[in-house]
Design a protein around this ligand. Sequence first.
Ligand code: C2E
Ligand code: MG
Ligand code: MG
Ligand code: MG
Length: 278
Amino acid sequence: RAKREGRNCWRFYSHDIEESLRTRMALQRSLQHAMETRAFDVYYQPKVDLLTGAIVGAEALVRWRRGDGVLVGPADFIAGTEESGLIVELGLFVLEEACRAAQLWQSCGAGISVAVNVSPRQLTEDTFAGRVSDILERTRLPAGLLQLEITEGTLVNQLEHHRTAMEWLKDHGVLIAIDDFGTGYSSLSYLKRFPIDVLKIDQHFVRNLLVDRSDRAIITAIVQMAQGLGLQLVAEGVEDAGQAETLAALGCRTAQGYFYGRPMPLPAFRQLLESRCP
Ligand code: C2E
Ligand code: MG
Ligand code: MG
Ligand code: MG
């Protein structure tokens, strides 16, 4: 009897795996099709100077306009594109769109930067740094207006491999930001070993900032460390004025979040910029 149960169990399990494999492959086909039919859109979320209220930059965030009209967020498909390798092509598409956009924003005045998320899979391509350089040349965006956002986990997993690409980018003036800072399991020593310019404080620490003393203590420590290391700081996930005021009081200069604007299509972002143009 036990044997039979075991057998049924195995069947059930194997069916499950097969099913999930099928679903994953169907998703990957849809994503490939989306790439071919240009069904990915880049949205932009403003980054704001907490002291002046000025827009100082934007983060590029990809969306998938699915065939059925639903706009799908990256949480539901980036992993799929990483699995199939499509992220390499998608990442370059987002990068080029973002650089082209930021080149236009310059007409509004001094340097509004654009930040683009980079997957580990992209960094391990030997051609990555060269492709970034090609895109900067094609779009005529000054390298100093481009920030590449990398998560802590990405760095820790393939330290040495990534260092070459990062140093090359740094030499060419591109800025490197650590995304979701404080959530990875990593020793802080990589801050010393890598050419990092910006830390983005993860939204988890910002969410309960007004009521949670630990979050406040952690942010205070990050501010001090950033000052000591000469790094720029951006707080993510700012949703209300109280959080903004507290962050400013703690010494964080730049913020991003729904309080200042949700990610929006390029025309809407341009309108927002123009309405604030001096
Ligand atoms: P991320 O880089 O940490 O981006 C910030 C995420 O927080 C975005 O979610 C943004 O819409 C959301 N967010 C911004 N302000 C607030 C706020 O005030 N409250 C809350 N609750 N959320 C806020 P999104 O657009 O869904 O992107 C999720 C993640 O997907 C990104 O996290 C990033 O890791 C990844 N991603 C997005 N675009 C790309 C891309 O082009 N390439 C790669 N490799 N990853 C991307
Ligand atoms: Mg990011
Ligand atoms: Mg983040
Ligand atoms: Mg994130």
